[in-house]
Design a binder for this molecule. Sequence first.
Ligand code: MEV
Length: 437
Amino acid sequence: MSNFVNGFSKKKKLEKIDWIISNHFHNNKKAKDILFSYLNDDKSIQNLHDEFIENTITNFYLPFAVAPNFLINNKYYTVPMAIEESSIVAAASKTAKFWSKLGGFKTEVLSAEKVGQIHFFYNGPFKKIESFFRKIKKDIIKDLNPITSNMEKRGGGISSLELIDMSEKINCYYQIFAKFNTIDSMGANFINSCLEKVTEVFKFYIEEKKFLDGSSEKINFLMSILSNYTPNCLVRASVNCKVDDLEKNNGGLKDKKFIQNFIDAVKISKVDTFRAVTHNKGIMNGIDSVVIATGNDFRSVEAGIHSYASKDGNYSGLSDAYVKNDIFYFDLTIPLSLGTVGGLTKLHPLVSWAHDLLGNPSANELMQIISAVGLAQNFAALKSLVTTGIQKGHMKMHLLNILNQLGANQIQKIRAVEYFKAKNVSYKNVREFLNKG
Ligand code: MEV
């Protein structure tokens, strides 16, 4: 049977499910039951989920957890985290508690600028279009008013609109490079609407003022879209403490060896891409969990942060660690473009609950919370790596997953958790434990 289908999107949800189960699962009942087991009994929630995206056939759950005791700028937060990987939440919680006793995390938003671009081709002289653009820029901005006025009332809007000559990179290629402040919204829709309007208005003036030299000049507006690279939407999180305070909690290493190892691990992330990517992945474990729990766009956050990690020409670790005057410093600076209004923030009941849990922070405050979680996660990973190794703690947290994979019952799970407190967790050891009865 061919699995090609016409008009799939027009089918009702149940028809879609039937088509899939019959075409891909030979009408297997279990395959259908799995889809139904993830549907929500609350019709209003299910309807919401059905309408978030297209062709919805069921829901995809991630565990939703919290990490308490995050002391950030002298305020305690209980942080929501949605993530599938075991040990991340435990590491965040443990590190939050640890640093809360040493003054907690200090964070600050360094800048909050968002970017959008209009890419176009023009085969005439740059000077000509530059002077034309300069003349009509004020009118363009005025014509944007219906879109920007609300954002301006909230203190945001377009902060600049510049024409950029890119023709050295690609022949005839130019950009209108726009900067925005979108206050508490991530701003993707706002920015894209503004850019498309700028394009429309720019085209209008080109026609109206007969800008093109009839016979030979041509202009082609290719695309208008925000950029997810936001190197000027930056937040910094840091911790510091006396060297002795950290050495007391050093995982067993003696004579200031812990701090030296820790700093060396950070140094390696600055020079070796293989290590840098994993180092940053550990940071993203914390960042993505909170970004997802708060209904933000984790793909844009990922793309933006990883590109920032390459800003100096080489992909490198995002955090820094050093000792100065017997004080240990550890910090992280990242771009974070987030929203606390719009998008899913009010629409998705659990996301909205997560914002309530955090005290309904502004986008600036959420940037700070998330950067602190990223730093905490990086601290936890490096601490394990340079002391006990990652597997000891990770496998302990992974024990329940292994037990579930092996079909253990509740009593076996309780016994196993007790037994493995003092033993190495591995798939083989857990299987042997269960076989022994
Ligand atoms: C695992 O999810 C993350 C780590 O690999 C991060 C790191 O190596 O720094 C432990």
